[in-house]
Design a binder for this molecule. Structure first.
Ligand SMILES: [Zn+2]
Length: 117
């Protein structure tokens, strides 16, 4: 399969559990931007099994601890883009873990509520 996320290099992986792996985004929107994906290829969030959801959400807690220790962010945005209209560019389910830093934008209030602005 020519899916880039199905062909991650082992050295790219920073954390993993039985069903999910975490790695740094190649085009980070902030320092420490991490993606968490299911090991099994699935197109988007709504195709995940409940076990995969659990594995991804559980790994996000470990990623947070990892990033807190490494970069000391002041906040986070967590999310899934679903399909082209939702901004998804790689069609293998991925959770964005985006560390946020006080002052990184002028008015952060609202977070992902502002994605259509
Ligand atoms: Zn894939």
């Amino acid at each position: 399969m020519d899916c880039v996320f199905c062909n991650l290099k082992k050295e790219e992986i920073i954390l993993e559990n039985d069903l999910a792996v975490a790695f740094f985004d190649n085009f980070p929107v902030s320092k420490g931007h991490v993606l968490i994906i299911p090991k099994r290829h699935s197109e988007n969030y709504f195709n995940l099994t409940s076990e995969e959801m659990k594995a991804i959400f559980s790994l996000s807690q470990e990623v947070k601890a990892y990033l807190d220790n490494l970069y000391h962010p002041d906040g986070y945005n967590i999310g899934f883009n679903v399909l082209e209209a939702g901004g998804q560019s790689v069609m293998h389910t991925h959770m964005h873990v985006i560390p946020r830093y006080l002052g990184d934008i002028v008015h952060p209030r609202g977070g992902i509520r502002k994605i259509l602005k």
